[in-house]
Design a protein around this ligand. Structure first.
Ligand code: SF4
Length: 778
């Protein structure tokens, strides 16, 4: 029977689908009573960057009898092939079809992933509507920010998780271990606080985890083979935010503010370094500069040798102190990002952004002095009460800041989208035409060689606005759009606009009607949820917004009565402690060269040479081998490699030179690295010395072939014409020996494709030998 793995040679980025990564959890049938699929409705590189999946994977797999596996949305090319070949979507760990899991849990964070949820259910062989599912189907649940207004997708879910998922999934898994029947499980799940069964008349109440330390952030996480969006050890240091920006849904629905303890965070970083071999640490929070012990933590995770860098992805304009910037500046200098959101003091007061123009100029001057040359500023347009002067101010401020900064300035524009459970949930959203006009105005007015203007796609902002305050009538539109091919809509360049237009028209739904203002007295589609935020507070905040009155951050000032705190649940600030250095001071060392022989087989043949090198670097770090780093702003373990094997071809003989700071026995190096390599790669040799020039490589094929070669046969490659006779040294019935000439060679695939009629495929070729200058033939 054909499976997804048989299609890998026909699609883009097959390494997304191969699994087998370091730290992937495998269990046997005998060890497993219940299987959870953790599904993410976007591609691997995005889903693997999501902290929630890491947390749930860790919690569930730590439970005896429970096996959580990952499944991500396939790219368009693979969805077409799966549908045509009638192959179901499967998990990465076990290759198990989605329909054969007990529970399929989606993380839903973005309105534009709703059609991907439907696409994944369809490909996974699961009926789309909850009402169509019967005893043998999995229970389909979803959690994430979408839960603030699940109305448009409720029809497709058996259950909705509202709030923090840690305790909920543990309780669900416990129930599954005790029960067998789907209906019995659903009934028991719906009794869990924070779980809503669509149709239930009881008001669901958000689940809040009062103490994040009860579930330490996992340090040992699955290490992707390929580059992902957040390719680093990202540890959630705090959850929630009390700054009270009036447009920000996350800032409202994750209240109160809860910090993890300093020791817990440090332990997660330490485990992450040991178990992944990443060389970047990131503090994840809605506003990491709020962290009580930020300075001490920064000092603790500062690596004096600069072999590990630190990044803080969310910096508030007013939160950048000299100390913080100094510590970040001492390592790598990627672009700096800040979000003033509005360019006038008036509008910043309306949205309660809490920073002033003086804060912005002070921060920009600080980061310029510390050596940054690239700065990105986020602004929102279409905000409530916005006037022409506010748009004009974005242009003026950008130009002044550009002069001040004297580096590359990127101005990134997005459209204000009113969200459920925010003080602006009743406000209108700018129409698609109005937003497009505003972008054109900014394009015309901000013309400067040092300023780049970027903007969020108006079509996507429009759909996001429709679904973020949508109701159950949109379920039918989603089904229609899905059946017409809408999928991975968040990827603006592949959005199927026609499918959406037709879906709205067929269902007789005017999407623009969802963007208008809402009556304050009208009931809203999400009113049935108790999110822990009082409607009275949201209304009061709206009134203050229109009056331009700021509201204090309740961590420093008075409680403004939002409703998130209750007995046992409150803002949790952790004490500062003495910094504990995670990295030693660098000491004098030598450079001892070794050549390692490694294989690159199974799914790893789909790694690019660069990805394979990065995989080796991480294995060296995990093995605790003290390797020499390159110099410069971005130090990396020094690696030299033999000419890499072409993408898609397996190799039993890749050679890599590494340098160690202190000598070690070659056998010990090979053994330690071997223990840290993923499935598909083995370190088969290690010798002292430096890598020599390669003279030729031998490739074998699993089937015999015949080359029909004229003496003057040529191959054209990258605009060059190569004479085959100069490179092809010898050939047998099922092997080829190809020479390297001044660093050039010809690909065995091109040779076989051009001169053999035997149809040898990529997966049938393997590099079996490599000979260095001066070596005899074996
Ligand atoms: S209830 Fe008061 S203290 Fe708690 S998060 Fe809301 S405003 Fe802050």
């Amino acid at each position: 029977m054909k499976t997804l793995r048989h299609l890998l040679d026909s699609i883009t980025r097959p390494a997304r689908y191969i699994g087998g990564e370091v730290n992937q959890v495998m269990k046997s049938d005998a060890e497993t009573k219940v299987r959870f699929a953790l599904a993410f409705p976007d591609v691997y590189e995005i889903g693997m960057s999501h902290a929630g999946i890491k947390i749930l994977y860790h919690i569930l797999n730590a439970m005896e009898g429970v096996w959580a596996q990952r499944v991500f949305a396939p790219w368009h090319d693979l969805t077409g092939l799966l549908a045509r070949e009638d192959i179901p979507l499967t998990s990465l760990e076990e290759g198990r079809p989605l329909f054969a899991f007990d529970v399929v849990g989606f993380s839903l964070l973005y309105e534009l992933s709703y059609t991907s949820l439907l696409g994944m259910l369809k490909l996974g062989g699961i009926p789309l509507r909850a009402a169509q599912r019967t005893g043998g189907d999995p229970i389909v649940i979803a959690g994430g920010t979408f839960c603030a207004n699940p109305a448009p997708v409720m029809e497709f879910l058996d259950l909705v998780v509202i709030g923090d998922g840690e305790e909920i999934v543990s309780e669900m898994a416990g129930i599954c271990l005790e029960t067998k029947e789907r209906s019995e499980r659903i009934a028991a799940f719906s009794e869990i606080q924070g779980v809503y069964r669509p149709g239930d008349s009881r008001m669901p109440r958000r689940r809040i985890l009062p103490d994040l330390d009860r579930f330490p952030f996992p340090g040992r996480t699955v290490l992707p083979h390929i580059g992902i969006v957040h390719d680093r050890i990202g540890v959630e240091v705090a959850r929630g935010c009390t700054h009270g920006c009036r447009f920000c849904q996350a800032g409202m629905i994750y209240r109160p503010y809860r910090e993890r303890s300093y020791d817990s965070v440090l332990e997660s970083f330490s485990q992450g370094l040991a178990s992944t071999g990443y060389d970047t640490l990131a503090m994840m929070a809605l506003s990491a500069t709020d962290l009580t012990y930020l300075n001490e933590l920064m000092e603790s995770i500062h690596c004096p040798s600069r072999e590990v860098s630190v990044s803080i992805p969310s910096l508030r304009v007013e939160g950048i102190t000299r100390n913080v910037a100094d510590l970040i500046a001492s390592v790598r200098k990627p672009g700096f990002t800040m979000a003033p959101e509005a360019a006038t003091e008036r509008l910043r007061s309306v949205i309660n952004k809490g920073n002033t123009e003086a804060d912005l100029f002070r921060s920009v001057s600080l980061i310029k002095d510390l050596g940054w040359r690239s700065l990105k500023l986020y602004f929102m347009v279409g905000l409530p009460t916005e006037e022409d002067a506010d748009i004009e101010a974005i242009c003026a401020l950008s130009k002044v800041l550009s002069r001040e900064f004297r580096g590359n300035l990127t101005i990134s524009i997005s459209c204000f989208v009113p969200k459920a459970f925010t003080p602006f949930q009743w406000e209108a959203q700018a129409s698609q035409a109005r937003y497009s006009d505003l972008i054109r105005t900014l394009q015309t007015r901000i013309r400067h060689r040092n300023i780049t203007l970027k903007w969020h796609d108006p079509r996507l902002s429009f759909l996001e606005g429709v679904f973020s305050r949508g109701d159950a009538a949109l379920s039918r539109v989603l089904l229609e759009a899905h059946s017409r091919g809408a999928y991975l809509d968040g990827w603006g360049d592949t959005i199927n606009a026609r499918a959406w237009d037709e879906a709205f028209a067929t269902c007789g739904v005017d999407p623009a009607s969802y963007l208008g203002p809402r009556e304050l007295k009208c009931s809203l589609p999400w009113d049935f949820i108790d999110m822990g935020i009082h409607k009275g507070y949201l209304l009061a905040e709206r009134t203050r917004a229109l009056a331009g009155s700021p509201t204090e951050d309740c961590r420093q000032g008075e409680c403004s009565g939002c409703g998130a705190c209750s007995p046992g649940i409150a803002n949790t600030l952790r004490p500062s402690l003495e910094p504990k250095a995670l990295f030693p001071e660098p000491s004098a060392h030598g450079a001892y060269a070794y050549v390692l022989g490694v294989t690159k087989e199974l799914g790893l043949r789909f790694l690019t040479p660069r990805e394979f090198q990065e995989m080796l670097r991480r294995a060296v770090r995990r093995a605790g081998i003290d390797a020499v780093y390159s110099q410069g702003f971005s130090p990396a373990i020094k690696l030299s490699t033999s000419p890499p094997t072409s993408y898609g071809i397996a190799s039993r003989c890749e050679y890599v030179q590494i340098e160690l700071k202190h000598p070690l026995k070659p056998d010990e190096i090979a053994a330690r690295i071997n223990a840290c390599l993923p499935r598909g790669s083995t370190a088969f040799s290690c010798t002292e010395g430096r890598l020599k020039q390669v003279s030729d490589a031998t490739y074998s094929t699993v089937r015999p072939f015949t080359l029909e070669l004229a003496p003057d046969a040529v191959i054209r490659k990258e605009g060059k014409v190569l004479r085959v006779a100069d490179f092809l040294e010898e050939t047998g019935p099922s092997w080829l020996r190809i020479a390297f000439r001044q660093g050039r060679t010809i690909s065995p695939v091109l040779l076989l494709e051009s001169f053999s009629r035997d149809g040898i495929r990529l997966e049938e070729i393997v590099k079996t030998g490599m000979r260095f200058e001066g070596e005899d033939l074996p």
